[in-house]
Design a protein around this ligand. Structure first.
Ligand code: APR
Length: 222
């Protein structure tokens, strides 16, 4: 089977009711990154950080995967599909995708300070008082300024791709956006987004929202 690798971003979950980050009215219009998504924010005001992720987790519990997530599962009959996602939601897994790699962590998990221990907590709220083996328990999220530990694996997966698909990401955040540089020379790159996305790569642009775009992708690939 040919290998189809997907790099997904917040836009694939927009139709599930989760805000993107950089669209107008998006999360980074409502919060400052430096208040909720950096190690310094965590040191300065853990309650604010915890509250931000508690809200994200509570919202996730009440939202569902959409047709785009589900369409990618349907492609597994015809392709070996690997999803590399920047999203911290669990929609790809809930839709039924077999191979999902999270670059930026997962909302339903927490960890100790050095991320050597990761625990599944489902959708429950956490507090800044909780500890794992004596160290503060924190969201299992890759904050700005932290290492993207899954990047080596993501590069390996990208290098194997026969078809590469980018869905719903502004390609603003590195190293994730740099994955496109590892796509083989003859591998087609499809890009699904309702808005223009700046990339120096040559892409087959499907200028649609994620659900419609994935449905068009399926028509093109099958
Ligand atoms: N379908 C598909 N794409 C959409 C839709 C939709 N319905 N609605 C919006 N988009 C597109 C936007 O046009 C934009 O290109 O989704 C993209 C969202 O971009 P960002 O908000 O920048 O999200 P993302 O690229 O995933 O952000 C990367 O930044 O803050 C961090 O860690 C966070 O993982 C995140 C990273």
């Amino acid at each position: 089977m040919k290998k189809l690798v997907v790099l997904s971003g917040a836009g694939i979950s927009a139709e599930s009711g989760i805000s993107t980050f950089r669209d107008s009215g998006g999360l980074w219009d409502q919060y400052r990154i430096e208040d909720v998504a950096t190690p310094e924010a965590w040191q300065r005001n853990p309650e604010l950080v915890i509250d931000f992720y508690n809200q994200r987790r509570a919202q996730l519990e009440h939202c569902k995967p959409n047709k785009a997530h589900i369409g990618l599962v349907a492609l597994e009959k015809f392709y070996e599909v690997h999803i590399v996602t920047q999203n911290v939601d669990n929609f790809h897994e809930r839709a039924g995708s077999s191979n999902v790699l999270h670059l930026h962590g997962e909302l339903t998990k927490v960890c100790n300070s050095d991320k050597s221990q990761v625990i599944d907590i489902g959708y429950r709220n956490t507090t800044s008082e909780e500890k794992i083996n004596g160290t503060p328990m924190r969201p299992f999220i890759v904050w700005f300024g932290e290492a993207v530990l899954a990047m080596d694996k993501a590069i390996q997966i990208t290098q194997m791709a026969d078809i590469f698909v980018v869905i719903g990401t502004s390609l603003n955040v590195y190293p994730a956006a740099g994955l496109l540089d590892y796509v083989k020379k003859d591998c087609p790159i499809y890009l699904i987004d309702p808005n223009e996305v700046i990339t120096k790569k040559e892409v087959l642009f499907i200028n649609k929202g994620a659900s419609e775009g994935v449905s068009e992708l399926i028509n093109l690939l099958l």
